[in-house]
Design a protein around this ligand. Structure first.
Ligand code: FES
Length: 146
């Protein structure tokens, strides 16, 4: 049986920030073709600061828990600082994930990046270090496995 930390269970059973933001500053959708899961992240950004973040996912429990934690972590951060909220940072905040579930945390990171990208495009700005998002995380190989 797979072991989940108490924090993962908490964020899975009581996910924070589930929902949508009407007229969001940025929206990002990313899927994982391998498991078929999909994640959508909404960001409300004012003066370069993320004032609200919400998500919807058709994903597994680990995807729910990581999106919940990721949206909690980016709130109040500048768009630049939000890039520090990597899948690794989210997993650490959750006290770890079983190795087979690491890819689920990448879904949250990529959807977050896609929403930031959308915001940057709409406002004609450049966020240093932000790469063009992919639609399917299986196209990525740069994530850190821990
Ligand atoms: Fe697909 Fe977790 S199994 S995101």
């Amino acid at each position: 049986m797979t072991e989940y930390s108490e924090k993962v269970m908490d964020h899975f059973m009581n996910p924070r920030n589930v929902g949508e933001i009407a007229d969001a500053s940025g929206v990002g959708t990313v899927g994982n073709a391998k498991c078929g899961d999909i994640m959508k992240v909404y960001l409300q950004i004012e003066n370069g600061v993320i004032v609200d973040a919400k998500f919807r996912t058709f994903g597994c429990g680990a995807a729910v828990a990581t999106s919940s934690m990721a949206t909690e972590l980016v709130k109040g951060k500048t768009v630049q600082d939000a890039l520090q909220v990597t899948n690794k940072a989210v997993m650490e905040a959750l006290d770890g994930l079983p190795p087979v579930k690491v890819h689920c945390s990448c879904l949250a990171e990529e959807a977050l990046h896609a929403a930031l990208w959308d915001y940057a495009e709409k406002n004609n700005i450049k966020i240093d270090g932000l790469k063009k998002p992919v639609n399917d995380i299986e196209a990525l190989h740069h994530h850190e496995e821990v």
